[in-house]
Ligand binder design. Structure first.
Ligand SMILES: [Zn+2]
Length: 429
């Protein structure tokens, strides 16, 4: 199992300068290769990353002698990345997904990073030996043991990090699960996650106050940019020291927020995987939801895509089953008690009353209950069925009607292979 540990570095001034140069080299080579690729493509040729790398190697030291100071990984790897980027682009076009062509990287706009191959560095406790610059202090020791696959050095605000990929044997990657519950999780905007136990998990206060500060600092930077625009047109203005200072402050705050967010999602996903043997979530259509401008900010803040990705790999480590409900499963609209479907429920209704069985539902808790119900075998079809369009919709509703409340499921036997889980499940009721 491939795991990555990202560790903050404590480089000296010279080392940090080298990092900056190496990241610049990577960017330069990427742009060189991308330009050539487009040139060849326009001329009707069939460009390839390998061929481009070969032609670059033939001229690089003659045309760009400064490359000799840099380690070769920083100017060899971009070709592999570019090849991969184009491959992904064409695959997405083939699958009729929205795809973006690889783009040129702009200084200060793109992420500063460069690659180091696994045979070019060695790790010893809190020290890492990198090519050309020697030992750099790390703030932590490497957490995973196994075959080291490679590393990427990158910068966030004014800090440098190294992300080391390790191939960890499965038995070592496995972690001990502490609980055997089955939980339905409804992700939302108001509370990030609502569990079928009734618990609402909201983002923590530091993130909220940091987002408020973000506005203030963002304004401070744009004020300085506005001020510099008052000069006559066409004159190139180097950013003032004050502008640089406030930009750095803003960048640091962005990094701080990213860290708070990462901390939150990691703790949430670890907790869910550690305490449950089955987790049922919705297949959120994030890209579609982002089109709704009002929701976009809130969704980006929460980072649903990240939550989903973390759940997937942590479920493997804790041997937890992750079930994803079909996108068309009406988890909010069904009454979790009598299964009556509230077809007129709107996004704004936070709670609703079921006329059929007289239950007052909290929208999110009810959805979480419905998701949890999918962990029983009758509804597995809905959860595992992937598709779209009307046929899927019909099928979902047909199956949903047949769903039996979980508490009646005890003792049922069928060929779904869920016996183990269900046995355990029964003991809880
Ligand atoms: Zn009802």
């Amino acid at each position: 199992m491939q795991l990555t540990h990202k560790i903050a570095l404590k480089p000296t001034k010279e080392q940090a300068d080298y990092f900056q140069k190496a990241a610049g080299t990577s960017r330069f080579v990427w742009n060189w290769a991308l330009a050539k690729w487009k040139e060849q493509y326009a001329a009707g040729q069939k460009p390839s990353a390998m061929a481009l790398k070969k032609s670059f190697n033939a001229i690089k030291y003659k045309e760009f002698p400064w490359l000799m100071e840099m380690h070769r990984d920083s100017h060899a790897q971009p070709f592999a990345y570019l090849g991969k980027a184009w491959r992904r682009f064409f695959e997405e076009i083939k699958a009729r997904k929205p795809a973006n062509e690889p783009r040129f990287k702009k200084k200060n706009r793109s992420r500063d990073s460069f690659y180091v191959a696994n045979d070019k560095f060695s790790v010893n406790e809190k020290m890492i030996k990198l090519p050309k610059i020697g030992h750099v202090t790390m703030t932590e020791t490497l957490r995973f043991h196994g075959k080291i696959l490679g590393a990427t050095v990158s910068r966030t605000a004014d800090k440098w990090f190294i992300a080391i990929q390790v191939d960890v044997p499965q038995h070592q990657a496995n972690l001990k699960r502490m609980g055997y519950e089955i939980v339905g999780v409804d992700f939302g905007i108001k509370s990030v996650a609502t569990l079928s136990t009734g618990e609402c998990i909201t983002t923590h206060a530091p993130l909220k106050s940091a987002l408020r500060r973000l506005k203030i600092r963002g304004r401070a930077v744009s004020r300085k940019i506005e001020a510099s625009k008052k000069r006559p047109k066409g004159t190139f203005i180097t950013p003032s020291n004050n502008r640089k200072k406030s930009s750095l402050k803003l960048a640091r705050l962005h990094a701080h927020i990213a860290h708070l967010r990462a901390d939150f999602t990691h703790k949430l996903t670890t907790r869910l995987c550690r305490e449950n043997q089955v987790i049922v979530i919705e297949d959120l259509h994030v890209a579609g939801m982002l089109k709704n401008v009002k929701l976009a900010r809130a969704i980006n803040d929460v980072g649903f895509g990240t939550i989903r990705r973390q759940l997937e790999y942590k479920a493997l480590r804790y041997n937890t089953q992750l079930m994803v409900a079909d996108r068309w499963y009406p988890s909010s609209k069904l009454c979790s008690v009598c299964h009556w479907k509230n077809g007129t429920l709107t996004l704004n209704e936070r709670s609703w009353h079921c006329p059929h069985c007289n239950t007052l539902h909290d929208r999110d808790v009810n959805a979480a209950h419905n998701l949890k119900r999918l962990a029983t075998e009758t509804a597995l079809l809905v959860a595992s069925y992937v598709g779209n369009g009307n046929t899927a919709l019909e099928r979902v509703f047909n199956v949903v009607e047949k769903v039996t409340p979980v508490r009646y499921e005890c003792g049922h036997k069928d060929a779904s292979g869920q016996e183990e889980n269900r046995e355990h499940f029964c003991s809880h009721f």
